[in-house]
Every structure is written in C-alpha cells, then in structure tokens.
Design a binder for this molecule. Structure first.
Ligand SMILES: [Zn+2]
Ligand SMILES: [Zn+2]
Length: 295
C-alpha cells in the first residue's frame, strides 16, 4: 500500500514539475499535438518494453534465491535450463514477433486511435488539468478494469478452437510464462485482444484524461503485463492491492495448463468470477495455502 502511494505521489510530482517545460517545447516548436501524442506514446511503449524485459533478463540471469523464492512453478525448471537449444530458437522467434508487434502493429493501432479522435488527441495537454494523486488513481483503476473486460472477452473468443489453432496458439507456445511472452502473440491477437481493449478506456475518458496520466498508465500497464508473465509472483506488486486483481500466479495457471479452459482474465478476476471460470484455480489455491499452513 505504501509503495502504491509512493509511486502515485512520484508520478504527480513528475507531472507538475516537468510537464510545463514539455508543453513549452511543444508550443515553441509548433509541434502538432496529435503528432507529439503519437510519437511520445510509441517511444514510451518501446522504452518500457525494452526496460522491463532487460530488467527481468537480469533477474533470470542472477538466479538469486531472493527472487527465486517467488518463482511460481517451483517444481519446473526455467525453459532455458530445461532445453537450451529449444529455448534459443523460441527466444529468437519471440524477439522477432515482439519487435513486429511493437514496431508495426502498435503504431498502426495508435494511428487508428488518432483517426477515431479526429487527429485532435483524445487527452488534454493543459497545465491546469495536470492530475492530482486521486485523479491518477481513479483513472488507472478505471482504465485497468475496463481494459480487462475487453481483454477477457477477446481472450475467451481466442480459445474457440478455430481462433486458438490459427491465432492464440502462438501465445501459448509458452507453457511457463516468462516476461517476453507477454506480447509474444499473433499480430491479430496483439491488435484486437491487447491494443483495442487498452484503447477503449482512453476513448471513454477523452479530455477528462491528461496526456501525462495516459503515459503513466501506459508505463504501469506495460510493466504489469511483463510482471504478470514473469513467472514470479512478487509480493510487492503494488497494483495487486486493488480488489479482485489477477496476479501473475493467476495468469500463469492459464499458461501452464492448470486450467486451460479458465482464468481468461488478465488484470482483474471479475469476468472469470461472473462466468465461474476460475473456480478450479481458487479451489487449488486454497488447498495450497492450507497445505503451507500445516507444514
Ligand atoms: Zn489463452
Ligand atoms: Zn499470457
């Protein structure tokens, strides 16, 4: 909880301290706002995805007990230890596909967002609209839960045999999730199952959202999907303090085949709970907790 408060306070401080200079630069250089929004969002996305994956690569390389104690599938080796040759092949394919998604599909979908908003940027840029801590918090909560409704619905559709075979199977190449698997997805899935749901809350909030808040939410979301696929269930993940959150362990269960026909949700567990598609997971989770207690 304290960590969450610190992050939000830090974001608020950064916005109020540095945004006025950014806005001044935009106005002095007469940069069109939609172009700034477009290239800044794309740049931030690529920067964060590289940062998150390099960060996790470092943690995997360290192989330190401090981190390994949080490994979700304790009885299974990491894929690079299980079969080095197969892992190298998968890693090369992963870097290529994650690259295509980030460098081709992401800017196309971002352009679509600009088209839908009439090249007028969906967000406000005004200094007087800079977000407070409360605004950052409610907009993050709104964005992540609304985004997850779209994600869960599209994910459920992707498990229809036809779509699974031709599209979603790619993402499930990873039976043990690791950070790079987060966006290792068929471009169709990446565009319609990841990008589209993420754009909906942005469109719904419109000018109520500051571009700076949009950047903060994008950063947290990208780090969130990498963490959710990291193979670790870290206790300090601050967004997990919110109610009905889908943790890394929750999504890993879907990947590892614990319940392949369940745990469709990503950031929240709401739709799975309504559908009853996480009952098996919670039954096993409770049993695991009881066994731990009795040890
Ligand atoms: Zn799936
Ligand atoms: Zn996944």
């Amino acid at each position: 909880m304290f960590f969450a408060y610190f992050i939000i306070s830090f974001a608020e401080y950064l916005g109020h301290t540095y945004w006025p200079s950014v806005l001044l630069w935009i106005e002095e250089n007469e940069v069109e706002r939609w172009k700034f929004s477009y290239f800044a969002s794309w740049g931030i996305y690529i920067g964060v995805i590289v940062f998150a994956n390099l960060g996790f690569a470092f943690i995997y390389w360290l192989n330190h007990p401090f981190f390994e104690q949080y490994k979700i599938l304790k009885t299974e080796k990491w894929p690079w230890k299980e079969n080095t040759i197969e892992w190298k092949q998968l890693l090369i394919k992963s870097i290529a596909l994650v690259g295509v998604n980030a460098l081709v599909i992401f800017p196309c979908m971002l352009y679509l967002l600009q088209v839908v908003s009439g090249f007028n940027t969906t967000q406000t840029f005004a200094i007087e609209d800079l977000p407070s801590k409360i605004t950052i918090l409610w907009q993050y909560i709104f964005a992540s839960y609304v985004d997850d409704i779209g994600f869960t619905l599209s994910h459920r559709l992707l498990h229809i045999p036809f779509f699974y075979k031709h599209v979603h199977k790619v993402h499930h190449s990873y039976t043990q999730a690791v950070s790079i698997s987060a966006t290792y997805a068929h471009p169709v899935e990446y565009a319609l199952g990841n990008m589209l749901p993420a754009g909906i809350p942005t469109l719904l909030m419109g000018k109520r959202q500051h571009f700076f808040t949009f950047c903060v939410i994008t950063i947290v979301r990208v780090i969130g999907t990498s963490t959710g696929h990291s193979g670790y269930d870290f206790p300090w993940v601050f967004w997990d303090v919110l109610p009905m959150r889908g943790t890394a362990k929750y999504h890993d269960y879907h990947h590892s085949g614990g319940d392949f026909s369940g745990n469709y949700s990503g950031a929240s567990t709401i739709i799975d709970t309504v559908w009853g598609t996480n009952k098996k997971y919670y039954r096993e989770y409770k049993k695991e907790m009881m066994d731990k207690k009795n040890d």
